[in-house]
Design a protein around this ligand. Structure first.
Ligand SMILES: Cc1cc2nc3c(=O)[nH]c(=O)nc-3n(C[C@H](O)[C@H](O)[C@H](O)COP(=O)(O)OP(=O)(O)OC[C@H]3O[C@@H](n4cnc5c(N)ncnc54)[C@H](O)[C@@H]3O)c2cc1C
Length: 353
């Protein structure tokens, strides 16, 4: 039996699977999905799990069922591209004929001492659960500091405010304004929302150290109960360890078929893949669909056709009733983008019917 192994059942890996099983899979081929979890975790909503406004159960999506699809649960440790073998903790090595790497990303701490040890994060289901515990055990009227005022930092700050009215919430950002990648109008709207909801914004901050109970802006000590780190991401270590060409963000450089040029049997999808966009669930899904088309074409001995990836835009939440969005050049603010975001979540939960 030939196999195609998919590492990671997130937005990218599952989209590849969804489109592979919608077409016909050769009778002598099996798809093997390897993940540490027995369900997809809806990462775009981890900020709400951390804040305690949704439950763990709400963010799980069951994997699809197909007679040529099998699951292997475990912690992937490394990929040997030369030998075509994957090492999974405590398991026999797994060989592949074709491989799709979709293991997502993890936090980037920029070498700040203590940041990894003493801050809470929301890049994996496990770390998000731990963050939930820490945030919800903060003493009444305690203080939480969010490092990084990008999409995740803004969403978690707003959600904590909604979850716990007693807490003092501060975003520490190194730039001029939160959401610096978005138009000024959107940042201004979000800034106003934070003003009205008593979330403090501190700009031009350069975090130099994190310690238990304190975070440092250069030499200035800021006392805190919990630090949540949302100040950067990078591909997971397994991908960082691959000896192949990468872009400046550490994502794997790929050919037009999303294959590693020296290893055309290996595709990379999602946050680990070098595409002309910032990492997002939307980009991972768009790319995953194309990878499935490429694989189907090769199965049929046809020349694959790929198209430039097209993204619809970005939506962000400010609690459960307000939000913001950018569709092309159009900025959206208030209730409508929040309703659209809920609609996207509703669809994500129903990927597989
Ligand atoms: C708070 C937050 C809000 C976001 N909001 C948005 C948004 O509004 N819109 C948007 O488009 N994007 C958003 N994103 C980004 C989006 O979540 C990611 O870009 C997307 O999840 C990437 O998909 P992926 O398939 O590459 O990885 P993931 O979806 O992260 O999937 C990776 C999979 O690999 C598994 N895995 C990882 N390492 C191992 C290992 N060693 N062994 C076994 N299994 C492993 C994980 O369990 C997981 O199932 C947000 C992210 C965060 C954190």
């Amino acid at each position: 039996m030939k196999n195609i192994v998919i590492l990671g059942g997130g937005y990218g890996g599952l989209t590849v699977i969804k489109h592979l099983i919608e077409g016909s899979i050769p009778n002598d081929t099996q798809i093997i999905l390897v993940d540490r979890m027995p369900f997809q975790g809806l990462k775009t909503e981890y900020y709400a799990l951390a804040a305690g406004t949704v439950s763990d159960y709400d963010l799980r999506v069951q994997y699809p069922v197909h007679h040529q699809l099998i699951y292997k649960y475990g912690e992937v440790e490394s990929v040997n591209l030369e030998e075509k073998v994957i090492l999974i903790h405590g398991e026999d090595p797994l060989s592949y004929e074709q491989l799709v790497i979709g293991l997502g990303c993890t936090d980037r701490f920029h070498g700040v001492p203590g940041a990894e040890e003493f801050s809470s994060t929301i890049q994996s289901f496990k770390s998000t659960r731990e963050t939930y515990l820490r945030l919800n055990e903060i003493k009444p009227y305690g203080h939480v500091h969010i490092v990084g005022g990008g999409l995740s930092g803004v969403e978690i700050a707003a959600e904590i405010r909604e979850s716990r009215a007693d807490l003092n919430v501060t975003i520490l950002d190194r730039g001029e304004r939160v959401l610096s990648a978005f138009p000024q109008r959107l940042s201004a709207y979000v800034g106003e929302w934070f003003g009205e909801h008593q979330v403090e914004l501190k700009n031009h901050i350069s975090v130099s150290r994190v310690e238990p109970g304190a975070i440092y802006n250069r030499d200035e000590e800021i006392l805190t109960d919990t630090v949540v780190w949302t100040a950067g991401i990078q591909p997971v270590k397994i991908v960082r360890d691959l000896n192949v060409q990468k872009d400046p963000q550490g994502r794997v450089s790929l050919n037009e078929y999303y294959q590693i040029p020296e290893y055309p049997e290996v595709y990379v999808v999602g946050d680990c893949a070098s595409v002309p966009f910032a990492p997002s669930a939307q980009a991972a899904e768009a790319q995953g669909e194309q990878i499935a088309h490429v694989i189907h074409a090769f199965w049929k001995n046809e020349e694959p056709k790929t198209e430039a990836l097209k993204l619809r835009g970005t939506l962000g939440a400010l609690g459960k009733k307000s939000g913001f969005g950018l569709m092309g050049k159009t900025s959206m603010m208030g209730r409508v983008p929040r309703i659209l975001k809920s609609g996207v979540l509703w669809m994500s939960k129903r990927h597989f019917g």
